[in-house]
Design a protein around this ligand. Structure first.
Ligand SMILES: [Zn+2]
Length: 400
């Protein structure tokens, strides 16, 4: 089956060097019905409205009585709250309804001898909040600040840690990923950056597709803006994935660093096995479709299957969303399953990938999920499935 794809799919593609193939008009074999169009747009409208403003409880409903978790945070700002979730283990849970200063979740761990921070967040404001809160609990030396992966919303606050003399640890490829992209954005205007994406909007063939393409413009702008305002601080202590799992002893508290591929090729998770607690980065997110800007859907699903085999009482701190138990892993797997099932039906029916992307319908059970953008939460994932089924699996992006 031949098809064209509208998002990057070769090894050297990035959203920076992005060149989408023009989608031929005749690739849509069947026009969208008016009913389908209305159903599509109204569900999108509800989706965006619902996802934006509701305050986020830090814990999933099933964890309200978990004895490991303090019900009251030790520190709280509108954009995030920090609470104890174990013995020397703390979680910082972001709440988008209070602002995007944190945007991702993080936390810190305190042993007898040393402490360690997790995540650099989207801004220095959140990193400073987390560092100040840690300092309100202990004066122990801080061994490191860990980044789960290279993305802006997990690293842009790193300069706070660098300025405090705290080494920043990450997967060995993180500095290269950051420097391949973000300095270029900082040398560019948003307007220039968006030119190809705006063109796509103008040339959309249906109102629904236009709305989807507009969601990409919005999502990409939401990345570009914080990056353009930040002072980039790269990790300066690089972790070799070949040497993982890697144990860090903080004194009576052991942290294990593991590497998996899925959301990016630099994903790390941080586990406290003795307490069955794990910081997951964006390999696990809640209340949103998997954001697949730099990911590998099939490997990601394999990784999630491994998480499902973690202890049944594991507390997961996802990269975004509430603290969850295994039900959070199950929900994300189910979301991927739905994407794969709907895409496979289209594939079997010989429907071109562009149309399969437009035919995807968000099921009721995920209708309140945040969609970062249609292109990066739905389109790219379906394109990757199509590539694999047609024997042309996409390469891992290396930004060479
Ligand atoms: Zn990410």
């Amino acid at each position: 089956m031949s098809y064209k794809t509208s998002l990057p799919r070769d090894a050297k593609s990035t959203i920076l060097t992005f060149r989408y193939a023009e989608i031929p008009m005749n690739n849509f074999s069947k026009p969208f019905s008016r009913r389908k169009f209305l159903a599509g747009t109204s569900s999108m409208g509800a989706l965006y409205a619902a996802s934006k403003f509701a305050p986020l409880p830090a814990l999933a409903a099933g964890l309200q009585t978990d004895s490991r978790i303090a019900q009251q945070p030790i520190a709280s700002k509108g954009f995030a709250a920090i609470r104890k979730i174990g013995n020397g283990v703390y979680a910082t849970i972001a709440d988008r309804s209070g602002g995007l200063q944190a945007r991702c979740n993080g936390g810190f761990l305190i042993g007898r001898d040393a402490a360690i921070l997790v995540e650099g967040f989207q801004t220095t404001i959140a990193a400073q909040f987390q560092l100040d809160t840690l300092r309100s609990v202990t004066a122990l030396p801080i061994r490191a600040a860990l980044n789960t992966h290279w993305h802006f919303d997990h690293t842009l606050g790193n300069s706070v840690y660098g300025g405090a003399g705290i080494p920043i640890w990450a997967h060995a490829d993180v500095p290269a990923r950051i420097t391949a992209i973000y300095p270029k954005w900082q040398a560019q205007s948003l307007e220039t950056y968006l030119v190809p994406w705006e063109k796509r909007v103008r040339e959309a063939k249906t109102d629904q597709q236009r709305e989807h393409f507009m969601s990409d413009v919005k999502g990409l702008s939401g990345m570009f803006n914080p990056v353009s305002q930040a002072v980039l601080a790269l990790p300066n202590h690089l972790l070799d994935p070949a040497k993982m799992p890697m144990e860090i002893d903080l004194g009576g508290l052991t942290l294990v660093i593991e590497h998996y591929i899925g959301h990016t090729d630099t994903d790390l998770i941080f586990r406290v096995p003795e307490q069955k607690i794990a910081y997951m980065g964006d390999l696990l997110t809640g209340g949103q479709y998997p954001v697949n800007i730099n990911g590998y859907a099939t490997k990601w699903r394999e990784t999630l299957a491994k998480f499902a085999a973690f202890d049944k009482d594991t507390l997961f701190i996802p990269g975004h969303g509430q603290i969850v138990g295994q039900e959070g892993v199950a929900a994300m797997r189910s979301c991927f399953d739905d994407l794969a099932e709907q895409a496979e039906k289209s594939y079997q029916a010989g429907i071109p990938v562009e149309e399969a992307v437009e035919r995807y319908v968000i099921p009721d059970k995920f209708k309140n999920y945040l969609v970062f953008s249609w292109g990066f939460a739905i389109e790219r994932t379906i394109e990757q499935f199509y590539e694999e089924w047609s024997g042309k699996p996409g390469q891992i992006l290396n930004y060479s």
